[in-house]
Design a protein around this ligand. Structure first.
Ligand code: C2E
Ligand code: CA
Ligand code: CA
Length: 750
């Protein structure tokens, strides 16, 4: 076998031979040269018995070491090889030694003295064996294939990026990949991509730059001296800044960069295919430096790659904007409307919510188009769009479906009147006068309303329902709205009329009061009456209080209504007294919202003073809900106490309050709701509840009134429970003041 010096001699000869070949070829075949060059890079000679290994000088210098450095021992290699590659290599060597017919060749990473890893191809040249055929010595070569390996890896990653672009992966992910691939190729460089929106720089991707820095750059306006990227997007030219600290282009923004150690920045503008500047690709280093030739060429390549993604994004945004908005009016397009509805259906069905779809069509639009021309028609449509937008909430989606058809999606509307209200407001705003081509014109529209989920649980049926409703609206004379559910249209119309007429009725004091007697269970005598408002309207007939009280609250008329009730009821009580009839309590219902009004107490005081009414004959009925309005609100009870009026909790047991919340209140009566009385004979639990309410109420010091008593049996049971006062049709319906006079004289049948 050859000794090491002999082997080295052979190698040197080989090297000389290669040199001459290289000269002959005169650098024409670069790849061939590299391969030949590689072939002679390093030698190792491993004594398998002692584990001594001779490493040739070139073996060492490949890894950055001098000839005298590194021990000639197996451990030297074992320490330098990448831990993940060590076992593989050793296994391959062992297999190779066991079966000499094969060859040994492997690639491993080895750490350079600087710390970075090189890709080394190692190959066995020769094995020496002893007389028992046991291997005792192995000789081989090392070749540095780092560059080639990097090029291979670069290709793989580059192809991955192209695939991501082709598959439409999110731009932000692709930008990150682009940064990583060039950062890996040029260790120490950090990449950034900025997008230009008008004259504003927007962060696109820079995974290795500090977030704080990216945030500071995001939103900067580009210009002739706005760092490297701001300048390059402004001039459309490459900008090389070797030292951020001293370059005037960074003067104004270097304070953002320097604290993060950024010292040099080279920027290449990113262009669209048509040559428009879309943004900039930047490369940063932590020390002042100019780019090498390869860095320069990669800067350009990177910008081009990022440009493909940026252009794709721009086009995507444009297409989306085109598809999602109506060109003429700027409202949502039909496509966008449908997507919105489908999404809303999903969330609404999950959360059990309702919404309404208003389908609007201009009345007689065709005649505008025909007589004044399409341009004027367009002006009208734009005006209509802006009028609808004006009165709609931001959360509602407004769309033009084409022609003169519009849609409004009204979210969070659970009551009928809400969507009817919006429809009415749209009709009102649209029918404002306008001038078209010098002619005065009053537009008008019809609206169909469909509600999710009642009228349609999917997009198609909902739109169809709204469309059907629209035709119903047109049929009933145009300029109005209609629900898909005809009954709802009637309800909404009725409610509107109530609203419309109620204002006038309250102002003109055209309500009347009916009085319902309250009877003492023990004596059978009338001890009080409850004043109940009555409204008979010439067009609407008798409107039940449940319909008009809530309306009065909504339109802000409840205060005026209650003041009238107070005055009328108190005057009536005084009149009965003056007629010599037995003295009774007068109970008046108070809406919780009004109770907390600042001038409730003064106005009540005014009524008492003005009517000669004894305050301890006046009882206020407030519903349980006052107990869960804010606790501070309950402070209203003590001035009322001072006034001397009596207090009753109305509809007791129907709200969510408990006996526990009663401890905050000091009242005189609990009025057990009619619903309990209704069921008390048929439902055992209700029966038990009433019994408990009476008992606990008494223990807390309240008197108990039961309302809605309709039969002898109910009365007997309530009497047995110890209930104090009863009220209900069994004794008397609410009746006129005159009739009360008669009853007070004659008494009621008990
Ligand atoms: P409420 O305060 O619970 O009044 C009792 C209601 O039950 C009255 O209806 C009364 O006519 C009815 N009623 C009494 N006994 C019987 C019975 O044995 N059987 C049946 N079926 N019903 C009975 P009304 O007059 O229709 O009043 C309804 C609600 O309107 C009242 O409920 C009250 O909350 C409100 N309301 C009426 N007038 C006024 C008012 O002047 N101001 C305020 N804020 N609310 C009022
Ligand atoms: Ca009441
Ligand atoms: Ca009640």
């Amino acid at each position: 076998m050859n000794s090491i010096p002999e082997l080295l001699k052979e190698v040197n000869e080989l090297r000389a031979e290669l040199d001459s070949i290289r000269k002959q070829k005169n650098t024409t075949n670069l790849k061939g040269q590299l391969n030949l060059q590689e072939a002679i890079d390093g030698f190792w000679d491993w004594n398998l018995q002692t584990n001594e290994v001779f490493y040739s000088p070139s073996w060492k210098s490949m890894l950055g070491y001098e000839e005298h450095e590194l021990e000639h021992h197996y451990d030297t290699w074992a320490n330098i090889v990448h831990p993940d590659d060590k076992v593989n290599i050793l296994t391959s060597i062992r297999d190779f030694l066991a079966d000499e017919s094969g060859t040994f060749e492997g690639v491993m990473r080895m750490q350079h003295k600087d710390g970075h890893y090189l890709f080394i191809r190692t190959r066995a040249l020769q094995v020496t064996r002893d007389e028992f055929d046991e291997p005792i010595r192995l000789v081989g070569t090392h070749v540095d294939i780092t560059q080639r390996k990097h090029a291979e890896l670069f290709d793989i990653r580059y192809n991955k990026i192209l695939k991501m672009i082709a598959q439409g992966e999110p731009a932000s992910e692709i930008y990150d990949e682009i940064a990583y691939i060039y950062e890996e190729r040029h260790p120490g460089i950090r990449c950034s991509m900025l997008e230009l929106d008008g004259d504003t720089l927007l962060h696109a991707g820079a995974p290795s730059l500090p977030k704080e820095y990216c945030d500071q750059v995001h939103g900067l306006k580009n210009g002739p001296n706005i760092g490297s990227c701001g300048t390059s997007t402004y001039t459309g030219k490459r900008v090389i800044v070797e030292d951020i600290e001293t370059d005037p282009k960074w003067e104004n923004i270097k304070a953002a960069a320097l604290p993060h150690g950024l010292r040099s920045c080279w920027s290449e503008p990113i262009f669209s295919v048509s040559g428009k500047v879309l943004g900039a690709f930047g490369m940063y280093r932590n020390y002042p430096s100019a780019p090498t030739a390869s860095e320069q060429s990669d800067l350009k390549a990177a910008a081009r790659l990022a440009g493909i993604v940026m252009e794709r994004e721009h086009n995507q945004k444009r297409i989306t904007a085109l598809a999602y908005s109506d060109l003429l009016t700027g409202l949502s397009s039909r496509a966008h409307l449908f997507i919105t509805i489908e999404e809303l259906i999903k969330t609404s069905s999950r959360n059990g919510e309702c919404f309404s779809l208003l389908y609007l069509d201009l009345d007689n639009f065709k005649s505008v188009n025909d007589s004044l021309g399409h341009d004027v028609g367009d002006i009208l449509l734009k005006e209509i769009a802006s009028r609808i937008t004006e009165i709609s909430r931001d959360v509602d989606c407004i769309a033009r479906l084409g022609g003169d058809e519009f849609c409004i999606v009204v979210k969070d509307i659970s009551d009928t009147l809400g969507s009817a209200n919006i429809a009415q407001r749209v009709i009102n705003v649209i029918s404002k006068k306008l001038e078209l081509s010098g002619r005065k014109f009053i537009p008008s529209c019809s609206i169909g309303i469909a509600r999710y989920p009642d009228d349609g649980a999917d997009l198609k049926s909902l739109v169809k329902a709204a469309d059907t409703a629209l035709y119903a609206a047109k049929d009933s004379g145009k300029g109005c709205y209609a629900f898909y559910d005809i009954e709802l249209t009637r309800v909404a119309e009725y409610q509107f009329k109530v609203e419309q007429f109620l204002r006038e009725t309250i102002e003109k004091q055209n309500l009347t009061l009916a009085y319902q007697p309250q009877i003492d269970v023990r004596t059978g005598k009338i001890v009080g009456v409850e004043a109940l408002s009555r409204w008979n309207h010439h067009e609407l007939g008798d409107v039940p209080p449940v319909d008009f009280i809530a309306t009065a609250e909504r339109i802000g008329m409840i205060k005026q209504l209650t003041e009238w009730v107070f005055n009328t009821a108190c005057a009536q009580a005084v009149e009965w007294k003056n007629m010599g009839l037995p003295l009774i309590r007068m109970a008046v219902n108070i809406s919780p919202s009004h109770l907390f009004d600042d001038d409730f107490i003064p106005s009540l005081q005014g009524v008492i003073d003005g009517t000669d009414m004894h305050s301890n004959n006046l009882e206020l009925e407030v519903t349980e809900s006052v107990m869960h309005t804010n606790k501070n609100g309950l402070s209203i009870f003590s001035p009322l106490r001072k006034l001397g009026v009596l207090l009753a909790i109305d509809d007791f047991g129907t709200g969510y309050s408990s006996f526990a919340s009663l401890k905050h209140l000091s009242v005189d009566y609990l009025k057990i709701d009619k619903d309990f009385v209704d069921d008390m004979l048929t439902d055992e639990k209700t029966n038990l509840l009433i019994r408990s309410m009476v008992e606990m109420g008494h223990n807390l010091g309240y008197k108990i009134i039961a309302e809605g008593v309709e039969s002898q049996a109910q009365f007997d049971e309530l009497k047995a429970f110890g209930c104090d006062i009863v009220q209900g049709y069994f004794f008397s319906k609410p009746v006129s003041a005159d009739k009360i006079g008669v009853l007070l004289n004659e008494g009621v049948e008990v």
